[in-house]
Design a protein around this ligand. Structure first.
Ligand code: PMP
Length: 313
């Protein structure tokens, strides 16, 4: 992840129920979540709007609702309500006082020290830290993507709808394979290998004949908040038809436009898949429109979506 040299390092973390210096937020090497990946997390962005000299957290409630759902699946009793989690996040960001875009990482985990992977009879803890964060994927130059030889994980193996830390081994394998083979990112197929699922840590959209199409939840995707944002903006503001339906691998080769979206990725154009150029290889017109309106929404420039933006104050 890009971390420009001018960025300040985070100074604080919320850890064991209070905000403390981040250098003091340490876990035991025996921690169950470190050993077995028994943790859930979120990734949330906060946007610095220079003209207003203000920070806005984007869709914070939706992220914490998803965190609480992930906790239910993983039997983690987080002890905070959605409201409390939002308030703690704002307090932490106020203390950091970033004057650039940043990223928030809440993490709920099994903190027990016993040997053995299990979700019950374990201590559980929670922390949040933040970091300055610019672009995660290129936003202007379309990236080179391959279809991964690793498939996505099914719900009856590691539920992809929860953001479970252990499941990111799957993402790491995909992304590493892509990088080693000279690509920027990977697209994975669903666990049965039959349909397109998503990117290593982002959802995928295809544009064909003016419609925008994205894989459905039953193709093993994480139900992305950015994906939902893109769907809302495309339908309501750009008057585009949106379809959520299974997508075949070869549809990627004949798509007019392709883009990734996610909290980290934002809206990132794809220039080729498996060596097949997407459209004319440049960022497509619809992708450009979606990217423009997305950045207006996250910076609280669209009053009809201001409920998505929480000011840090
Ligand atoms: N899929 C995966 C596997 C992810 O890790 C992410 C990032 N959270 C996404 C999709 C995009 O989700 P969101 O838009 O909610 O960040």
């Amino acid at each position: 992840m890009e971390n420009p040299t001018k960025s300040q390092n985070p100074k604080f973390a919320f850890f064991n129920d209070k905000i403390i210096p981040i250098s003091e937020a340490k876990v035991d090497i025996r921690t169950n979540a470190l050993q077995y990946g028994t943790a859930v997390f979120e990734g949330i962005r906060c946007y610095w709007v220079q003209s207003e000299e203000r920070n806005y957290v984007f869709r914070m409630r939706s992220h914490y609702e998803r965190l609480l759902d992930s906790c239910r699946i993983m039997m983690i009793n987080i002890r905070y309500s959605c409201e409390e989690l939002c308030n703690i996040t704002i307090e932490l960001l106020k203390k950091e006082n970033y004057r650039e875009d940043s990223y928030i990482r809440p993490f709920a985990y099994n903190s027990g020290l016993d040997i053995g992977p299990k979700l019950i009879k374990n201590n559980q803890d929670f922390f949040i830290y933040t970091i300055p964060l610019g672009e995660y994927l290129n936003l202007s130059k379309p990236i080179k993507v391959c279809v991964s030889s690793w498939t996505r994980i099914p719900d009856n193996c590691i539920p992809p709808r929860a953001k479970i830390s252990g499941s990111y081994v799957n993402a790491a394998l995909q992304k590493t394979e892509a990088l080693l083979n000279g690509y920027d990112e990977a697209i994975t197929l669903s666990s049965d290998g039959q349909h397109v699922s998503e990117g290593s840590a982002m959802n995928l959209f295809m544009v064909k004949n003016g419609k925008i199409i994205t894989p459905p939840v039953y193709n093993d995707i994480l139900e992305g908040i950015t994906m939902n944002t893109v769907i809302e903006l495309a339908k309501n503001e750009l008057d585009l038809e949106v379809q959520q339906r299974p997508v075949d691998r070869t549809e990627l080769y004949t798509a007019d436009e392709l883009f990734f979206c996610g909290t980290g990725a934002q809206v990132s154009p794809i220039g080729s898949v498996d060596g097949r150029i997407t459209g004319n290889g440049k960022m497509g017109e619809i992708t450009k429109k979606i990217q423009n309106i997305y950045f207006k929404a996250v910076k609280n420039e669209l009053k009809q979506y201001s409920h998505w933006c929480t000011e840090v104050k």
